[in-house]
Design a protein around this ligand. Structure first.
Ligand code: SAM
Length: 260
């Protein structure tokens, strides 16, 4: 597709904040531990700040998903052999990656980061490792422990599929244009197949129901579903009926979803 030779004008609607510091880009790419056998997918390559380092890593396969046509054309011109998928990552069929091991990386657009991570960790069963830069607040959510105010539905969901690690904070000054908030990089290491939820839909339903009313006691939220079996579950877990959603561990969400 044709594009002008004018410099690209960042589109706010697509969360375009481009990284300008090569050292930070290198650090983010190193965090996914690229090696010659890897198949890596990058979400939102933009002007290629991370892609450049990935392209140098001599990967088995590198594919990028970019929604902005103008940027996609520039990437194809710069790296003629790069596999550029022009698509909305929110609609990408993640299950289609499940015939081969892969890694996923991206400086994610802020408005869609949480939703993409929710889908990717649960749908890509062949995922070996992922590294995403997100808003700092989202990074805290992804890595929070129960009882912490950052702990929420996204935490309970993601941690049933993956371990998460907060790697480092990234200030607004290394982006053009500058975002209003800090960012941070988070790594994801998927749990072994046997430890993943057998019925993710059930788990998602319970997490959403409970976190819609996070200040209430779980027994109040679930009033109509408090069967003797569910009460026995609280006893087995050594939990008071007055406990609130933010105090359940990710494993307890899974276990309760299997009982209810
Ligand atoms: N990776 C580049 C960097 O670090 O400088 C750009 C990161 S920028 C924060 C996010 C990129 O994702 C932009 O290139 C934007 O066009 C693209 N993008 C936004 N929404 C998208 C979506 N739903 N699907 C695919 N790409 C998207």
């Amino acid at each position: 597709m044709e594009h002008s030779n004018q410099p690209h004008r960042a589109k706010k609607s697509l969360g375009q904040n481009f990284l300008t510091d090569p050292n930070i880009c290198r650090k983010i790419v190193d965090a996914v531990r690229p090696s010659g056998d890897d198949y890596i997918i990058e979400i939102g390559p933009g002007q290629g700040a991370l892609t450049e380092h990935l392209a140098e890593a001599g990967l088995r396969r590198l594919r990028v998903i970019e929604m902005d046509d103008d940027l996609a054309s520039r990437l194809e011109e710069r790296w003629p052999t790069l596999e550029v998928v022009r698509a909305d990552a929110l609609k990408f069929p993640w299950e289609s990656l499940n015939d081969t091991p892969c890694k996923i990386i991206g400086n994610l657009p802020y408005n869609v980061g949480s939703k993409l991570i929710w889908d990717i960790v649960s749908q890509v069963v062949t995922l070996e490792r992922a590294v995403f830069m997100v808003q700092h607040e989202v990074a805290l959510r992804l890595t929070a422990e129960p009882g912490n105010k950052a702990y929420g539905g996204l935490t309970a969901w993601v941690r049933n599929f993956s371990r998460t690690a907060y790697l480092f904070k990234v200030p607004p000054s290394v982006f053009r244009p500058r975002p209003k908030v800090d960012s941070a990089v988070v790594a994801f290491d998927p749990l072994p197949a046997g430890e993943r939820p057998a019925d993710p839909e059930r788990l998602a339903g319970l997490i959403k129901t409970l976190f819609q009313q996070r200040r209430k006691q779980i027994s109040t939220i679930l009033k109509k579903r408090m069967t003797p079996e569910v009460e026995a579950w609280f006893q087995e877990q050594g939990l008071a009926l007055s406990i609130r959603p933010e105090n359940l561990t990710p494993e307890q969400f899974l276990s309760l979803s299997e009982r209810i």
